[in-house]
Design a protein around this ligand. Sequence first.
Ligand SMILES: [Zn+2]
Ligand SMILES: [Zn+2]
Length: 691
Amino acid sequence: MPRITLPDGSIKDFASTVTAGEVAASIGAGLAKAALGAKVDGQLSDLSRRIDHDAKVSIVTAKAKGATASDADALYLLRHSCAHVMAEAIQRVFPDVQLVYGPPLETNFYYDMAFPYGVSISTDDFATIEAEMAKIIAEDRPFTRYEMPAHAGLTKLKKESSKFKLDNAERAIEAGSSELSWYATGAPGTDWEDLCRGPHVPSTGKIGAFKVLSLASSYWKGDETKDRLTRVYGTAFATKPELDAYLAQVEEAKKRDHRVIGKQLRLFHVDEMVGQGLILWTPAGAIIRQELQDFIGAELKRQGYFQVFTPQIGKLDLYKTSGHFPYYQESQYPPLVDHEQLAQFASEGCSCAELANKMKAGDINGYLLRPMNCPHHIKIYSSQQRSYRDLPVRLCEFGTVYRWEQSGEVGGMTRVRGFTQDDAHLFVREDQVAEELQGCLSLVKLIFETLGMTDYRVRVGLRDPNDAKYIGEPASWDKAEQACRDAARTLGVPFTEEPGEAAFYGAKIDFIVRDVIGRSWQLGTVQVDYNLPNRFGLEYIGSDNKPHRPVMIHRAPFGSFERFIGCLIEHFAGAFPTWLSPEQVRVLTISEKSEAYGKEVLALLKSRNIRATLDDSNERIQAKIKVATDWKIPYLLVVGERDAEKREVSVRARGITENLGAMPVEAFVERLTSEIASRAKDLGVATRQGA
Ligand SMILES: [Zn+2]
Ligand SMILES: [Zn+2]
């Protein structure tokens, strides 16, 4: 009879089969009451699930004892259960709606639905739907699972004429399910039900705090040629304060959206005629990018890197050797076929389908828009003989690469089709790997510290031994993975090891940064690679006068400028530190009488390489301040007649509404220059003025 092992290692023997809920009750009444589900041998399950074998069982509650955050499994159960309640409520309000698919997500859930012709839902309906949901939750109906053999289940679904659910069921059967399961919210046969694998919380009363969030349109199976669906988003949390905190975060995220701020501050532009996902850097955005490039460029020189420049296309054979083609062709632009061969194909009467097949197979003389910079740098390394004394060879390039993202996934600066990496490749001896990794990690840390992104976690990406995409020998993978593990350990921050997260050629260390409103971004990366040196037959001559194979380190501390700056815009909500601000100072004249002095101040600022402008228009000063404030400029210098006489400026710092008072213009310029040179995170002139 089942012997149950609990998370603390203690063991409970039961005389007959037992449900997870009964296991909870045997531990304590409090736990049984708080229980939302259980993990049985690692698998998330209903509390009603019957256990007939020896198993490891842990009870899922909203917040595990001593934990600060809600339990991810608990949220999964709550949200999936709430999706059922929302679907039932929507079908009460719109009886002919057909349900498609409703999964829980990291912070919310959605349900895709097909509305009958001429019927549509709007945000005005949310209050009615939420009221219906509240009723269902107050009734505290149990989620009741029942099963049917596959064939009988399909017959039932056909009778109910639900083509979407029928398709879900057919796919489950294709994937090997011998039976189908339903969850009734209450009693099977009488209450609302949904074809569903589960699991769920025990009853609707456990759902806690919920909200219907938003609407989006989608297509059945993500295919634009199939049925148009409405995606209704909602969320659920264990408690109201948690829900409120999440809603506040969503509001804050909307305000910080880099697509919105990018437009307001004219930082970048995307033009349909140029193409989706291809960023046009406008002057203001280009300043930020250039500042970041100068910042890291100086550091690279100090660390002994050499700058190289290489073309944005390369022959297909280059990428066949590296393995990028054909393995990654789904995420690349199709190859470019050269003129002679196109003419030849045409003269041979080659059909479109034949050409498409040749391109897919790579049977063409052609070029690829590069998906990565590595192969070009490898060819620079191998262009001359290298001795062990030459290593490490560190080659860096702000290299632009192209990837094919599905059109539905392209947006803003964070999902793009062309981007520039702050890329570098280090060709090192095996005994140099550890030290060079340290150098790469210190660069990433320096960047994050300078920008005040100090809340990050580290992920060591390992290969998944069952996945064929990872090229190379197990022994060299072991070495690469160990090097990453050892390097991550020296960082002094917690890290996780995640199989399946490695690049196809090597293990890596990724930095996942939490921004000021708690969202995670994967930014910097450092990768150890034993494989590309093999595929390209790279060598150096050792002290024994024999050829040896170098190891490659790939690293990009920012990742890409596009993604990094998209993230920075949201992190700072457009209010950049002075050194990064496209416009650092604006001089505002009070009247015509101070115009000449205003020009003088502007000239002085410019002579010190400060990015400044002058507003000497006839607007009233309050109106000028309002306009300048909208541009999020760090400093406004108001100049009037008295300031001119005393050679002073009245300083206003961003985020501080009152005038900080007058100070000698020379003193302001001195302080500002040192604030910029030190790449200060805060507006230092303002704080020192106050002190
Ligand atoms: Zn379900
Ligand atoms: Zn690389």
